[in-house]
Design a protein around this ligand. Sequence first.
Ligand SMILES: Cc1cc2nc3c(=O)[nH]c(=O)nc-3n(C[C@H](O)[C@H](O)[C@H](O)COP(=O)(O)O)c2cc1C
Ligand code: SF4
Length: 657
Amino acid sequence: MLPHLFRPIQIGHLTVKNRLMMSAMSINFGVDDHCHVTDQLIAYFVARAKGGAGMMLVGGGSVHPGGQELPDLPQMYEDGCIPALRCMVDQIRPYGVRFGVQLMHGGRQSYLPEKVAPSAIPAPAVVKGEVRALTVGEIRDLVTCFGDAARRCREAGFDFVEIHGAHGYLINQFMSPNANVRTDEYGGSFDNRTRFLFEILADIQAKAGADFPVGIRINGNDYMANGWELTDALTLAPLLESAGAAYLHVSAGVYGSTELTIPSMYTPQGCFVHLAEAVKQVVDIPVITVGRIKDPVHADQIIADGRADMVALGRSFLADPEYPKKARTGRIDEIRPCVGCCLGCIHAVLAKEPGGCVVNPDVGREYLLTSGETAGEPAGSPGRPSVKPSVNPPVRVLVAGAGPAGLAAARECALAGHDVVICEQKDVSGGLLNLASKAPGRGELGDILRFFDRALTRLDIRVRYQTPLTKELLDEVSPDHVVLATGSLPQMPVIKGLFTTSMALVTGVDVMAGTETAGQQVIVLGGGMAGLIVADFLADQGKSVTVLNRKKSFAEQMSANDRYYLRENLKKKDVTLYKQVAIQAVTSDGVIFTCKGEKTTLSGFDTVVISEKYEAVRAAKSLEKTSSARFHLIGDAKSPRHLMYCISEAHELALSL
Ligand SMILES: Cc1cc2nc3c(=O)[nH]c(=O)nc-3n(C[C@H](O)[C@H](O)[C@H](O)COP(=O)(O)O)c2cc1C
Ligand code: SF4
């Protein structure tokens, strides 16, 4: 099974057991007030080490307090950090993973209010604040900070370090002409712009030892005007090899680039492989690729085809720490898939919140778990997931609703050893998520539903379709607990003329479900996530679409990365967007509204699609009085929100029963 992915590889003097690296992720939790590593970060990495990664990197290793990317990242700039790092390494060592630290300085992309950079040019996106150009003396000091940090990593017992020369952080800023307009020896020519990187590499080798493997992450392309490009990477790569780099890790993008470093579900899987492939042509040291490589078969093929020597996964390791183990033992179907939403992970950390994962509520909570699949215990034999017995005696649970919340709750309760029955009023599972996955570019949302379906099948739990929750069902099943995961439905707004218009009046849900069709000239009422997704769905069918959003921002519920691609799609499809509208009336063929104080009348439309607010469906809650069971509301039935809440509430509930 996957013979290329699970073949060992040599990185410097290190033998690595397989070709899967957990890439550096600044996860923004697991450090104390001194930015020293705590048990929380250790348990997070232990789970992934147990899961079988070949190499793992601690993300965001800060070499200088003035270059900290985010507030809660581990520091490497004082010797005081070493004991906690050593404690972490000691706990990882038994699992045979090669464990390293990525060393970085955020430069103008740091979250700090005062930032330094090669030149006083602000980052194009995401962060705000003053940017000051470094003096030559400061640059030389920072070089020594990287070397000192690497020496501390070696003293703590790490196997290697990776220099972060990518993604628009300080080193990459020196390399990219759009961020570096210096006229001294650190700016101008290619040699001058890359001097900082080479000086750092030499200082690390001098202080951590020439035998200490140093990998380098570079951009194959910044995807910015006047930025670092593939031709630059191809010039740099052999020079880094000659200077003693142990591997090259080829990524892409900076804050504000046209292709994002952490792409969402809209982007093709393996979107940056071509960059690593090109670099691999010009060096003999191992080349690592990264970027939406989700499927182990795909990863294996990349190596088989000689396009890269190793595959790095970021978010797939958040979604499922046991990815390598499951892939190696033929249990690919059991891997919990990252759906590429970017919401729980990068969106959270850039908002300075702890990183997490929409599909895996255990991220960051591993230290609280004592057993169970995601805490890293071996999963059950092939075809049979391990059951993690609840601390409480088994109970009988009736789950009403087979949307994501219901499916997640049923799975978690069954894994906890409870007796589970799941009923669904309709004849399909998945709820609104199933519909959302039908929109252009959003098919991967369905992966998580398929994951739940497969898990329930393995647990011998079949959804009872076309079965609403009734008194008769309660009498038949006689549950101790009823989980109401009955979802939500669009709410009709109260607008003058809406119910007397000659236009067809449909909801976004009906349109996506195919139970209603929209005409050619469509107004979508609602610029939230659901509104924009239905607009894209209709525009994809060649319809002319106008979206009216009462709010200031569009699709606030989405991560910035995911929203970026959706907005680009809408632009390409000529969807017209209005925001901050106050709707005065719906006419026979259009709408009258004010937008920023200006009155606008639109006409010539044939359909109004309602996709504004959603209301919880929980009529079945009234059955509580007729039953001795305890009723629990989760997901949209509790309050219509995002998938993240559906899955985490299901998880919490299962743990509490
Ligand atoms: C929460 C989060 C934090 C990240 N932090 C870093 C980082 O500190 N250094 C880095 O080089 N890349 C960082 N990345 C990028 C990942 O290493 C990886 O390149 C990217 O997520 C694409 O790979 P994937 O599609 O497998 O997730 C981060 C990604 C995420 C999701
Ligand atoms: S939050 Fe979304 S994108 Fe991030 S790891 Fe989880 S599923 Fe993947």
